[in-house]
Design a protein around this ligand. Structure first.
Ligand SMILES: [Zn+2]
Length: 417
């Protein structure tokens, strides 16, 4: 790859300046129309590099094909996927990216809000990035490396393959999705139209990491029905649903079983909102564990706590509704271990140390895997995501492009059966 000139940085700087913040309150799709602004740019750029079938559909999804360069091939069709939107937790409007060339380890003060300082102490990964070019935002917004790093990596990879038809690979499908950050990334995805056998999301962090295991996730909606009465004449009549709900929250363990007290493979139950009043109060919970069967145990434990408290109040009733959200992609990927293995081989080929890491969350890949597209997650270098300290190493992004170029050649040596 001596002639290789990356365009990943220029692309990245362009994409992060296009506001694509998702809107968790919206019921439209995409949740914010502005996400399509980036979709349109990407389609235009894909057409410019010679990918003739690049399109954006009515929902903002971008689909494109890089044709096989192997004659009569029976190589599996591989999809690469990144999400267009950015997290609503932090502003994504007027992002001003700054490139800190040859990072020297000193604290990075963000100029538009000098109280925002990125340090090695707070972000130990940066210690390995001395000498790299680091991109940050300017202090008032997130950067949007999650997941525009992934988008830029896939775009640069596509450009490279289109310029090098001598590289042998099978058919490749490119997919950009809206609304991953609000959990709706595959809501209107046409998996038939996508027509891929295996996939990878480019949405991971640390250089050399490959994630093939996510949480399994349920939501619980608990509604407490109290007994209302006029507050002036409520003696021995009223039972306030807000108070019963509060008692339930207070009865949750303080030292375990919560996001703030767990790590690694520990699951948790987490109240996310309280809505209601005297007569009825709803508590929404999320339930997370890497082992799907454990979700049931967590839900039974929660139910036992609820029952114990509610039973103290005569006439109070409750509804306990469990909704499945997503499942650990490992359940699918374990049947096709070569999907992850090939990515590991590709990373080793370019001299990376690889790390299998687990995701304490879900990705589009969790859902895609169960829709028939086994889909682990490859690193992009995006770090401190969803915050004003978000940063990415340009060299990490370039390594991801190289990984993909190796990866499609490894796939090119394998046939479908
Ligand atoms: Zn992401």
């Amino acid at each position: 790859m001596t002639d290789y000139k990356f365009s990943v940085l220029e692309r990245f700087l362009k994409y992060v300046q296009i506001d694509t913040t998702a809107d968790p309150e919206s019921t439209c799709f995409p949740s914010s129309e502005k996400q399509k602004d980036l979709s349109r740019v990407l389609v235009q750029e894909l057409l410019e590099i010679g990918i003739q079938d690049a399109i954006m559909d009515e929902y903002g999804y971008v689909y494109a094909t890089i044709d096989s360069t192997i004659e009569n091939d029976s190589v599996p069709v591989i999809c690469f996927c990144s999400h267009l939107d950015t997290a609503p937790d932090c502003s994504g409007t007027n992002v001003k990216p700054i490139v800190h060339e040859k990072f020297n380890g000193a604290p990075i003060v963000l100029p538009d809000d000098p109280t925002q300082v990125i340090t090695i102490q707070e972000h130990p990964y940066l210690k390995n990035k001395i000498g790299d070019d680091i991109v940050t935002a300017s202090g008032l917004t997130l950067l949007g490396a999650d997941d525009k790093a992934g988008v830029a990596i896939i775009m640069d990879f596509a450009r490279f393959l289109m310029m090098h038809p001598e590289i042998k690979h099978g058919k490749i499908r490119i997919l950009f999705t809206p609304d991953e950050e609000v959990g709706r990334g595959v809501e209107h995805l046409d998996i038939e139209k996508l027509g891929a056998d295996f996939g990878y999301t480019l949405d991971g962090g640390v250089l050399g990491s490959i994630e093939d295991e996510s949480f399994s996730a349920d939501a619980v909606k608990l509604t407490i029905h109290g007994k209302s009465a006029h507050p002036g004449y409520a003696k021995n009549k009223m039972i306030n649903a807000i108070k019963v709900a509060s008692e339930i929250v207070d009865a949750l363990p303080k030292n375990e079983w919560s996001p703030e007290t767990t790590e690694k493979r520990e699951g948790f139950v987490h109240p996310t909102s309280v809505i209601g009043g005297l007569e009825a109060t709803t508590l929404n919970f999320i339930v997370r564990d890497h082992i799907t069967l454990n979700l049931l145990k967590h839900e039974e434990r929660l139910l036992a706590i609820v029952k114990e408290i509610v039973l103290k109040y005569e006439g109070v009733t409750f509804d306990f509704e469990v909704v499945e959200q997503y499942r650990n992609m490992k359940e699918v990927l374990t049947k096709v271990p070569f999907v992850t293995e090939y990515a590991v081989q590709a990373m080793r080929k370019i001299g990376l140390e690889t790390k299998a890491t687990i995701i304490r969350g879900g990705t589009d890949g969790s859902k895609l895997s169960f829709m028939g597209l086994p889909c682990p997650n490859i690193f992009t270098g995006e770090m401190a995501i969803h915050s004003k300290h978000e940063y990415v190493s340009v060299q990490d992004m370039e390594k991801a492009v190289q990984t993909m170029i190796e990866l499609v050649q490894i796939w090119g040596e394998h046939t479908k059966n």
